[in-house]
Design a protein around this ligand. Structure first.
Ligand SMILES: *Cc1c(COP(=O)(O)O)cnc(C)c1O
Length: 280
């Protein structure tokens, strides 16, 4: 397992890879403010808030729907890091890439570097190519397989674009109806002008009811996995990916002797911040 959850105590997981070239671009353009979008449980806004504090950017989080008080652990953390939270209605949020809406935001917050929801722009995908450089295979590896959880497919596209050895990549959709990810990964590959190696696949089977939904079976699997390995997983992304990988192994869908690297994309901070609250 490639533990991206351990790269930094706050900037953990794939979100940091999507952010760092964006922050570099903001700095180069002289923008002191970085603005992005997300739901109330966005790992992306969580990472952006932490990065803003660490690297001296003002950050704005445009939140889909109402901001409920008391703030949930994700938003409480973001605010603690200095992120300004700005709620917009679900209807306005759907419009968030329109020039009029962006003009309104710039009028309100001043000139800012805007990162799309989830961090999946060109700089975000390019940043994720570095994840591929961290993959270490044994010299005798013949069939290589990389697995990861997919929300937008940006991280997966970055990894595919960054691979330097022949390798299969399987992305597990954490959303119901994840078939759209096929096209999305292709689009992200095109964004960074990477060829499509064709050696990748989206598994749409293990969404457990949809985004952020789970079942007792998934939760039991996560509990058991963590007991046995000491590796924390969460039910939104990494738990579904590991469940799906085990299911593929059990069904004999992975060639015998394959070398597999599962990517732990992070996202376990919600647990960490809950644990911190309990400790206080
Ligand atoms: C956001 C996220 C993903 C999905 O990344 P995409 O690039 O949107 O596919 C996977 N795992 C975790 C923990 C995440 O926070």
């Amino acid at each position: 397992m490639l533990r991206l959850d351990q790269v930094h105590p706050l900037l953990s997981g794939n979100k940091w890879y999507k952010l760092h070239l964006n922050l570099q671009a903001a700095r180069e353009c002289g923008y002191p403010t970085v603005l992005s979008f997300g739901g109330a449980y966005s790992n992306h806004l969580y990472a952006l808030a932490a990065a803003g504090k660490l690297f001296g950017f003002r950050t704005i989080g445009v939140i889909r729907g109402e901001i409920l008080q008391p703030l949930n652990p994700t938003l409480a953390f973001a605010q603690e890091q200095g992120m300004e939270l700005h709620a917009v209605s679900r209807t306005d949020y759907r419009d968030k890439t329109s020039p009029e809406f962006l003009a309104e935001l710039t009028e309100r917050f001043g000139a800012c570097h805007v990162i799309p929801e989830g961090g999946g722009n060109e700089a975000g995908v390019l940043g994720c190519t570095e994840i591929a450089s961290s993959l270490e295979w044994s010299a005798e590896a013949k069939d290589r397989l990389v697995t990861l959880a997919c929300g937008t497919g940006a991280t997966m596209a970055g990894i595919i674009a960054g691979l330097t050895v022949p390798c299969q990549t399987t992305g597990f959709s954490v959303l119901k109806g994840g078939e759209f990810l096929q096209q999305q990964v292709l689009d992200f590959l095109r964004t960074v002008e990477a060829p499509d190696p064709g050696s990748w696949h989206i598994n749409t089977q293990w969404h457990f009811g949809g985004y952020a939904r789970s079942t007792p079976e998934l939760l039991a699997f996560i509990h058991d996995f963590t007991e046995r390995t000491g590796i924390p997983l969460e039910p939104v992304y990494t738990g579904k990916m590991m469940y799906g990988l085990y299911a593929m192994l059990a069904a004999g869908e992975i060639a015998r002797g394959s070398e597999i690297i599962a990517i732990h994309t992070g996202g376990i901070h919600v647990r960490a911040s809950l644990a911190r609250d309990w400790a206080d």
